[in-house]
Design a protein around this ligand. Structure first.
Ligand code: NAP
Length: 276
């Protein structure tokens, strides 16, 4: 029997509906500021979606566009200006940044209580000691998708393929915090298929189209495909969906899986920060 598809778009819609209900208790609009440096078309599109999502839940949102040529200090000054504003509760600096700017220095400049993507050392430190406050959007969305399968995380063997600060590493910690046994794989892992075949939960966050194939899957596994790769003008994930669906127990599609949840978690985190 083919795997059950976990529908991220539908789940995100339910989350937005809950947010609208929670917002009724507010006397002000939660505010999200997004900063874009340069004009990368993918970033422009993602930001457009984020603004549209904000409008759906009646949040205030604004985009600050800066030239790709600005010195790093100009971006730090922009972040500090937003840190100081009372009507802005969440700040997101859209990545990637130009090579002339150090991404971590910019993340460090965001005050932790406006760090809507949970990526400052303060918030990642809290995650590390199992004091989850504002957690990174994509990993948090992945946890929601796994929970939506109805399967428990505790006691499962979770294998994360990818160890980036943005996705692989924090999602592994979140799974560990929920009592999974976690294995990290990366570009230097020598026995990848042997590892992935042991996964009850497989997180594919590699950035390589259809990298995870059917023979790498344990029958019945929960497979979460984080990858977004543009191939011949359409999007494909890191998982060879058509083959893996025949082996896995649950699978997320691309598009319509992790992407909508990442954006829904951005809204949830904005609301969380606004209610503090
Ligand atoms: P990244 O920073 O490039 O990290 C990729 C990871 O994959 C690295 O840890 C790398 O290992 C590992 N890797 C590369 N080649 C490998 C191989 N042959 N075998 C095993 N591991 C390998 O990417 P990312 O930011 O984590 O993003 C991953 C993917 O998710 C991308 O397609 C990205 O667009 C997508 N993404 C989607 C969302 C969403 O909302 N849906 C959000 C964020 C990212 P090393 O550490 O050894 O280099």
């Amino acid at each position: 029997m083919p795997a059950e598809i976990i529908n991220g778009s539908r789940l995100a819609q339910q989350i937005r509906s809950q947010i609208r209900k929670q917002l009724k208790a507010f006397t002000f609009k939660p505010g999200l500021a997004v900063v874009q440096v340069g004009d990368d078309p993918a970033s422009t599109l993602y930001i457009k979606y984020k603004q549209r999502d904000c409008a759906k839940v009646h949040f205030h949102s604004e985009v600050h566009r800066l030239s790709a040529e600005i010195p790093q200090q100009t971006l730090i000054d922009k972040v500090n200006e937003l840190n100081a504003r009372n009507d802005i509760h969440g700040i997101l600096v859209q990545m990637p940044l130009p090579d002339t700017i150090d991404e971590q220095t910019i993340i460090d400049a965001i005050t932790p209580n406006k760090d809507v993507d949970g990526l400052t050392p303060h918030n990642l430190g809290n995650l590390f000691i199992n004091r989850e406050r504002v957690t990174p959007c994509t990993p948090t969305g992945i946890i929601r998708l796994i929970e939506a399968s109805g399967e428990s995380i505790e006691g499962k063997h979770a294998v994360c393929v990818g160890r980036s600060h943005l996705v692989g590493k924090p999602v592994g910690i979140m799974l560990l915090n929920r009592n999974a046994t976690v294995t990290y794989c990366h570009s230097r892992t020598t026995n990848l298929t042997e590892m992935t075949r042991q996964a009850d939960i497989l997180i594919a966050a590699v950035g390589k189209p259809e990298f995870i194939t059917a023979e790498m899957i344990k029958p019945g596994a929960i497979v979460i495909d984080v990858g977004i790769n543009s191939v011949d003008d359409h999007l494909v994930g890191d998982v060879k969906f058509d083959d893996v669906i025949e082996i896995a127990g649950y699978i997320t599609p691309v598009p319509g899986g992790v992407g909508p949840l990442t954006r829904a978690m951005l809204l949830e985190n904005t609301l969380k920060l606004a209610s503090k």
